[in-house]
Design a binder for this molecule. Structure first.
Ligand code: CP
Ligand code: NVA
Length: 305
C-alpha cells in the first residue's frame, strides 16, 4: 500500500519511533540507505517560500541516490491553469514521491489520491509534520528519550506548528501544553485527536491562554512566528494580540533548569522570542534545522520501502 505523510498522525506511535531511530542511524552514516539510486526522481513543489525545506529535501534526496526536481509556484501549470488531480496524474507516472509545500490541506489529499505515489506535506496552512520529525529527533538526541517529557508551545496556538506539536508530541507519548490568546486557539478537532492519541501513548494534552502555566517545569519550550506565510496582511493585529506570549528570558526561566529551546525558523527576535533565549546556551535551533535533513531522509526511506 502506498503511504503518504500529510499530517503528523499519519504515522502511528510505533512508526514514528521507527522513523526517528532510522534518522539517528542515517545521521551517523549519511549514505547508508540508497533507495533512490538510479537516480530516481522526487518532485519537490513550493507554493510558499522556503530555505530549510528546500535545502534539506534537495540534499536529502541526492544523498539517497536520487534527483530532486524542484518546482516553484508560477513555474508550472499547477494552480491557475491545471488542477491538482491532473498534475498528480502526470507526476505520478514519472516520480517516486511528491513533496509539496502549499496552502490548503485538501490539495495534499487530492494529490495523494490521484498520483498513486507517496505524498509528503512539507508545510500546509494546517500542519508542518516534517518539522516535527526534526524537532522530536532533536529532543531525543539531546535527552535520550521522548515519552514523559513535557513540551510547551507558546504563541500562535492556531497555526500549523501548534497543530503539529499537538499531534506529533502526543504520538511520542509527551505531555504537550499549548498556550496562546483566546482568539488564536487550535482547531478543536486537532486537540481532540491529540487527546485520543495521548490516551494510547501515556502522554497528555493541555491547551489554554496561560503562557507561564504552560512553560512551568517544561523540558522543551518552543514557539513560532506570529505571522505565518499567507497572513502578512494581518501583521499589525497579530503583533498586538501576541505581545504577552513572547518567550522572554523571564518566561523561559520558569521551565526546568535543563530545558531546551526550539524554533522551526525563520525567527523574529524581539517578537515571539528574545534574542538571549534563541541565541542562548539552551537553544538547540541549529541542530533542529540540520535534523530536517536526517528526519526527512528517514521518512523517505520508510515511505519508499
Ligand atoms: N522551518 C522551515 O520550514 O523553514 P523554511 O520555511 O525555510 O523551509
Ligand atoms: N508557521 C510558519 C512556519 C514557517 C516554517 C508559517 O507557516 O509560515
Amino acid at each position: 500500500m502506498v503511504r503518504s505523510f500529510l499530517r503528523d498522525d499519519d504515522l502511528s506511535p510505533a512508526e514514528q519511533a521507527e522513523v526517528l531511530e532510522l534518522a539517528l542511524r542515517l545521521k551517523q552514516d549519511r549514505f547508508a540507505e540508497r533507495p533512490l539510486e538510479g537516480p530516481k526522481t522526487v518532485a519537490v513543489l513550493f507554493d510558499k517560500t522556503s530555505t530549510r525545506t528546500r535545502v534539506s529535501f534537495a540534499v536529502g534526496i541526492s544523498e539517497l541516490g536520487g534527483y530532486p526536481l524542484i518546482i516553484d509556484s508560477g513555474s508550472s501549470q499547477l494552480g491557475a491553469k491545471e488542477s491538482v488531480a491532473d498534475t498528480a496524474r502526470v507526476l505520478g507516472r514519472q516520480v517516486e514521491a511528491i513533496v509539496w509545500r502549499t496552502y490548503a490541506q485538501d490539495g495534499l489529499e487530492e494529490m495523494a489520491e490521484h498520483s498513486g505515489v507517496s505524498v509528503v506535506n512539507s508545510l500546509s496552512d494546517d500542519f508542518h509534520p516534517c518539522q516535527l520529525l526534526a524537532d522530536l529527533l532533536t529532543v531525543k538526541e539531546h535527552f535520550g528519550d521522548l515519552a514523559g517529557r513535557a513540551l510547551a508551545y507558546v504563541g500562535d496556538a492556531s497555526n500549523n506548528m501548534a497543530h503539529s506539536y499537538l499531534l506529533a508530541s502526543a504520538t511520542a507519548g509527551m505531555h504537550v501544553r499549548v498556550a496562546g490568546p483566546a482568539n488564536y486557539q487550535p482547531n478543536p478537532e486537532v486537540v481532540a485527536r491529540a487527546k485520543e492519541i495521548a490516551e494510547q501513548t501515556g502522554g497528555s494534552v493541555s491547551v489554554g491562554v496561560d503562557a507561564a502555566a504552560a512553560v512551568a517545569e517544561a523540558d522543551v519550550v518552543t514557539t513560532d512566528t506570529w505571522i505565518s506565510m499567507g497572513q502578512e496582511s494581518e501583521k499589525d493585529a497579530r503583533i498586538a494580540a501576541f505581545g504577552d506570549y513572547s518567550v522572554t528570558a523571564e518566561l523561559f526561566a520558569k521551565a526546568a533548569p535543563d530545558a531546551v529551546f526550539l524554533h522551526c525558523l525563520p525567527a523574529y527576535r524581539g517578537y515571539e522570542v528574545a534574542a538571549e533565549v534563541i541565541d542562548g546556551p539552551q537553544s538547540l535551533i541549529w541542530d533542529e534545522a540540520e535534523n530536517r535533513l536526517h528526519a526527512q531522509k528517514a521518512l523517505l526511506v520508510w515511505l519508499l520501502a
